[in-house]
Each structure stands twice: as structure tokens, then as C-alpha cells.
Design a protein around this ligand. Structure first.
Ligand code: DP6
Length: 383
């Protein structure tokens, strides 16, 4: 019997991946760039156990048994086996996999990226796979390839038809921009969204703005944001981040029938951030939205107390609910009356933002060396 437990982080794109040039291989239409979030506060954790006595492959996700026949899972397994170090018995044994997130899946936060990155990383360790594994994680979910590494990560579009040059690399390490912080505002939403996979398929088929973006916009943005990250130029970084998020959601509107991931609360957040930046006379905060209404704000540590106080003022918590702040400790600053008056955005219904996760940039996937961390018992069943 052989067992391993790993964790992998969530990543939040600042240049978005939207659209595939090859569905089967999950090859993107353009480069994308993200920051990896601290694994402490938002992560997937996965235990993989291989044993000659297991009758079949099994997988449990967040407490529920799922089918191992899922084609994306199968593609990852096939590539991992092909790349396994030779003469390893383990490769021929069946496996049991148990995976869970430490943040609510219902929050709709990049869970497949962390999940597939963790799955591929753990099995790669078990099979002794050497070299790049981001292209294998990509077969699970495109954005998962960016969750293998920590810090700032670029997923390269690649040119070849077999996908061999479409992998992720690190632009800068975790400690490169230590002041950078991320606030995830979990927005209350009852609407069921269209999955990224289905949404991007529909955009490719119908949106001419998507084609324009790929042909004329992304290249300059990628160069610009890499420069901004390397030079720690927050203003340039923030502006590209917001513009790219807005363009992604414009493509969603341009899709037919349209996709609408952001809601009224998201639009209020956008308005608030622009009003705040305007008042401060410079770009202090950037927002970005994925395929859902939750906002991710990038900002520097020194601005967190005031920005959090402002968010709390405009979007008061519903005290019946769970704690408002999760993640790193937060001490909201006090808001000046002047700011309250000048910001001129009406207070929203309590509970419009369910809670805030405060975090920083973190390391990539890694092995947990403590046996107590395993999610499977010695018989290979969830604990
Ligand atoms: C909006 O990686 O979830 O979050 O490759 O079909 O699994 P599949 O899609 P997925 O798409 C993520 C889209 C996004 C933007 C991004 O993370 O770059």
C-alpha cells in the first residue's frame, strides 16, 4: 500500500483564460496570468492511496463519491501513467482518492483549479513523475495548470497541435511583491451559473468580441502586466487587471444567448472601487470577477484597513450569518465622515456580501508529511 496527501492552492487570473482552441486537449486561445493564493486559507487537500487489494478506482469529492469515469480525470491518469518512473508496481494498482476544499464549494470559487492541481500533483508524487506536470493538470481543468506553482504564474498559449508547449511557468516567486493582498468578497447569489466550460464554448461559437480580444488585445496586456508585476507598479497592474475583467464580462454579454455572471451587487462593488480610486486620486484597488458574482480585490497591505471599513460600511453584514471576516486577521480602520459623504454610494441591503476572505500570495502545491493529515483510513475509505 502506498499513500500520499497534498494541498494545492486557488489562483485568481488577472489576464483571463476564456475559450479553447482544442476542447479535448484543453488548449487555450490566449495566454493567461494569475496570482496563487495562500494555501492556508483557500486550498484543495487530496489523499491518494494505491493498493494491490483495491478492486477498482474510487474518488470522493467533498464527502460525496463521484465517478472515476469522468473523461478529464481519465486523461490526467493516462498522462500520469505514461510519465511514471519505470518499474513502479504502484502504477498498476487501483487507487482511492479523497479530496476536500477548505472553503465552501457553493461560493463558486475556482474549486476545480485547486482540485485538479492537487489530484495531478499527488499522483505525480506517488508515481515518481519528473519534470513539468502543469500540462497534465491542464487536462483536468485549464486554469488548474496555474495552481501547481506559487507566486505569479503565466499559462502559455503554445503553438503546437499536441499541446506540448501549452504549460505554466512562474513569472515571479511568492516573496517578490510581499505587500500584495487579496480580498475575496463572497456575494450572495441564488442563480445557478453556466459552467466555464459551457460558457466558453458558447462564446467561441457566437462572440466576435472574443476573436477581437485574442487577435488584438491580449498580447499587449500580457506584456504590460508582466512588466507591472516585475516592477511592482501597482497602478499599471491594477488598471490592466480591471480592464481585462471588464472585457471578459463584455464578451459574456456579447455571447448569444448572453452569459451574465456578475449581478447587481458585483456592479455596486465595481462602482465603489472606481469611486474610491477617484477619491484617493490614484488607483489603490483593482477588482476582478471570474464566472460568478464574487469579487476578488487586489490591493496593497497598507490600504486594507480603510478599504475593508468602506466595504463594511456600504455592504453591512447580516449578523445572523457566519462571521464576516475569514483568513488573515483584519482590523478594519475607521472611516472619516468626509469619505462616507464623498463616496456617495447608498448603503446596500445587509448580507449582500456574505463574507470576506482576506489572504495574500502563496506557494504552489506541496506534500503534507504528517500521517494525521490523510483523508483516507488504512482500508482506503474516507475517515
Ligand atoms: C473565468 O479552467 O474552469 O476563471 O478549462 O473548461 O475547466 P475549463 O475551465 P476553467 O475556466 C476558468 C475561467 C476563468 C478565467 C481564468 O481562471 O483564467
Amino acid at each position: 500500500m502506498s499513500v500520499i496527501t497534498c494541498v494545492a492552492p486557488v489562483n485568481i487570473a488577472v489576464i483571463k483564460y476564456w475559450g479553447k482552441r482544442n476542447e479535448e486537449l484543453i488548449l487555450p486561445l490566449n495566454d493567461s496570468i494569475s496570482a496563487t493564493l495562500n494555501v492556508e486559507y483557500m486550498r484543495a487537500k487530496t489523499t491518494v492511496m494505491a493498493s494491490p487489494t483495491f478492486k477498482e478506482n474510487k474518488i470522493w469529492l467533498n464527502g460525496k463519491e463521484e465517478s472515476f469515469e469522468n473523461p478529464r480525470l481519465q486523461h490526467c491518469m493516462k498522462e500520469l501513467k505514461q510519465r511514471a518512473r519505470k518499474n513502479t508496481d504502484v502504477v498498476n494498482w487501483n487507487i482511492h482518492v479523497c479530496s476536500e476544499n477548505n472553503f465552501p464549494t457553493a461560493a463558486g470559487l475556482a474549486s476545480s483549479a485547486a482540485g485538479y492541481a492537487c489530484f495531478v500533483y499527488a499522483i505525480a508524487q506517488l508515481y515518481g513523475v519528473e519534470g513539468d506536470i502543469t500540462a497534465i493538470a491542464r487536462r483536468g481543468s485549464g486554469s488548474a495548470c496555474r495552481s501547481i506553482y506559487g507566486g505569479w504564474v503565466q499559462w502559455h498559449v503554445g503553438k503546437s497541435d499536441d499541446g506540448s508547449d501549452s504549460f505554466a511557468t512562474q513569472i515571479a516567486g511568492v516573496s517578490h511583491w510581499p505587500e500584495m493582498r487579496i480580498l475575496t468578497l463572497v456575494v450572495n447569489s441564488s442563480r445557478k451559473k453556466c459552467s466555464s466550460t459551457d460558457g466558453m464554448r458558447r462564446s467561441i461559437a457566437t462572440s466576435s468580441l472574443l476573436k477581437y480580444r485574442v487577435d488584438h488585445v491580449v498580447k499587449d496586456r500580457v506584456e504590460g502586466i508582466i512588466r507591472a508585476i516585475k516592477e511592482k507598479d501597482f497602478k499599471a497592474f491594477a488598471e490592466i487587471t480591471m480592464k481585462d475583467s471588464n472585457q471578459f464580462h463584455a464578451i459574456c454579454s456579447d455571447t448569444y444567448p448572453p452569459l451574465s455572471y456578475v449581478n447587481e451587487v458585483s456592479r455596486r462593488i465595481i462602482e465603489l472601487i472606481h469611486a474610491y480610486n477617484e477619491l484617493r486620486g490614484t488607483t489603490k484597488v483593482a477588482y476582478t470577477f471570474d464566472a460568478g458574482p464574487n469579487a476578488c480585490l487586489y490591493l496593497l497591505e497598507e490600504d486594507v484597513p480603510e478599504v475593508v471599513a468602506l466595504i463594511q460600511y456600504v455592504f453591512p453584514s447580516d449578523t445572523e450569518r457566519v462571521e464576516y471576516f475569514k483568513g488573515l486577521p483584519i482590523n478594519p480602520g475607521s472611516l472619516s465622515d468626509e469619505l462616507k459623504v464623498k463616496i456617495d454610494i447608498p448603503k446596500q441591503k445587509p448580507g449582500s456580501i456574505k463574507y470576506i476572505i482576506y489572504t495574500d500570495v502563496g506557494e504552489g502545491a506541496r506534500v503534507l508529511n504528517d500521517d494525521n493529515e490523510h483523508l483516507l483510513n488504512d482500508c482506503g475509505n474516507p475517515k
